[in-house]
Design a protein around this ligand. Structure first.
Ligand code: HEM
Length: 464
């Protein structure tokens, strides 16, 4: 009798697994072509395979060749439509909350926390996002902000004096960290609380790029704990600032005075600005140094632009909004870094209802993954897409569009995009005017879920 019951239980379990996996296929829909792969894990392992960031990677290349730029698959535990098509990507991004909704996988939500702007939806998203838009408005191209940005870039570059070799990825983190700490919390990175946050943040980042299992001791589990400690430190910091209002940073004042946001959301906002604003910018700087290091002619042209700007002002005079507007070639270099770097390869959405698009159906509840990077590397949009060629942007609109969307689009377009561009431009100014650099041992930007230089991008410096 026990055996019969056991058999029935096993058979039911098997039926449930098979149904969950294959039921979507049985529905009478014009689904895009594609394969569901293995039961449960689907094609997730192949999809997550690492590849150089300026290539599409074997998985997507193979699937696009077999099924076209839109195909079905089974990823992150759900039936999925993968889109490498600029039109569909645009359509998905611009129909947030109407037809599609942001839907990051469980491990990403665990690590970012429930109050992250990236994962919240609906009204809460609108409120948190509007805080980011006020942060951006508080900077703009205002003289004070630009002067402090200039000072931060200058001091990081100057700190390399006397060094032959540096690990660039580590150095690249210092500049955006300094900027975001000063901008949001009004803290110098040397203050004990800022140092403590940085230590925890480093543990956190190791977890973000690790395999997501919450067994104690794994990088992922340690990262979740580190995020909690950062959050507690931020909370204590907020309390301290409330007690000593005279010391408050301007933007922190705005945040604390906001009546719509809960205390938890305010802490979430501070964490987001640190996490979203810090790592992405430092990766962009590393990508630029990597591609420029391989292109001496581009560096020469860049240097000429910055020499002209500097020649019109004193040696120590800070850069201004006018100077920034003159950095036209620099902007092309940055756009090309964003295109080849693919810092955010894809975004996660789910379909809220059955959607018919160009003849195929995306069923309600399915995951939809617009792959921003695949469009950046599509030869029908960008000639010789794997080559770093800033001149391709000459005369073109470099703001986000259908075939160039490094910052996403629509209601969730990255609010930090302008901040990043100014940071990168000022950093390049001080870098090319002070150093030549060489990469002895090539350390390629690899795209896992996240761009990583395995060896930390060691470079040899030669002062000018
Ligand atoms: C090179 C640097 C950066 C890149 C490539 C980047 C890219 C992106 C992308 C693609 C998204 C859209 C995610 C989605 O649609 O699901 C996004 C969202 C976001 N980014 Fe950035 N980002 C960068 C820098 C920054 C900076 C400097 C900040 C903050 C100061 C920031 C804050 C955010 C926030 C808060 C969101 C969520 C927006 C929302 O859901 O409404 N990012 N970013």
């Amino acid at each position: 009798m026990v055996y019969v019951l056991l058999l029935v239980a096993l058979a039911s379990l098997a039926a449930a697994v098979v149904l969950r996996h294959f039921l979507p296929l049985l529905r009478n829909h014009d689904l895009p072509k594609g394969s569901f792969g293995w039961p449960l894990i689907g094609e997730t392992i192949g999809f997550l395979g690492a590849h150089p960031s300026n290539t599409t990677g074997g998985f997507l290349q193979d699937h696009i060749a077999r099924y076209g730029t839109v195909f079905k698959s089974h990823l992150f535990g759900a039936p999925t439509v993968v889109s490498c098509d600029e039109e569909l990507n645009h359509f998905v991004l611009h129909n947030e909350e109407r037809l599609f909704q942001c839907n990051y996988p469980g491990p990403i939500r665990t690590i970012l926390g429930d109050s992250s702007t990236l994962v919240v939806t609906g009204e809460r998203h609108r409120q948190l996002r509007s805080m980011f838009l006020s942060l951006v408005a508080s900077t703009g191209l205002k003289a004070n902000y630009l002067a402090s940005l200039d000072e931060s870039a200058r001091s990081v570059v100057a700190s390399w004096r006397g060094l032959d070799t540096i690990s660039f990825c580590e150095e690249a983190r210092k500049f955006p960290y300094k900027v975001i700490m000063e901008l949001v919390l009004g803290l110098s990175p040397d203050e004990p609380v800022a140092r403590r946050i940085l230590q925890e943040y480093q543990i956190f980042m190791k977890g973000v790029i690790s395999f997501p299992i919450t067994i104690p001791g794994t990088p992922f589990a340690r990262a979740v704990k580190a995020r909690k400690r950062i959050s507690e430190t931020m909370e204590r910091f907020i309390e301290e600032r409330k007690r000593n209002p005279s010391k408050q940073a301007v933007f922190l004042d705005v945040l604390l005075a906001n009546k719509e946001l809960s205390h938890e959301d305010k802490v979430g906002f501070l964490l987001d600005s640190l996490l979203a604003g810090h790592e992405t910018t430092s990766v962009l700087l590393s990508i630029l140094v990597y591609f420029l290091g391989k292109s001496p002619n581009i560096v020469e042209q860049l240097k000429k632009e910055h020499e002209t700007i500097r020649s019109s002002k004193g040696k120590d005079e800070p850069l201004t909004a006018d100077d920034y507007r003159k950095m036209e070639y620099t902007q092309r270099v940055i756009s090309e870094g964003l295109r080849c770097g693919n810092i955010v390869k894809l975004v996660h959405r789910k379909a809220l209802k059955d959607i018919t698009y160009k003849g195929y159906v995306i069923p309600a509840g399915w995951k939809v993954l617009p792959i921003l990077g695949a469009v950046h590397l599509d030869p029908s949009h960008h000639v010789e897409p794997e080559q770093f060629q800033p001149c391709r942007w000459e005369g073109l609109n470099q703001s986000a569009g259908k075939s160039f969307a490094p910052f996403g689009g629509g209601a969730r377009l990255c609010p930090g995009s302008e901040i990043v561009k100014v940071e990168a431009a000022f950093f390049l100014h001080h870098l090319v005017l002070n150093y030549r650099w060489r990469m002895d041992d090539e350390d390629v930007p690899m795209l896992h879920q996240y761009v990583e230089f395995k060896k930390g991008l060691p470079i040899q410096l030669e002062p000018l």
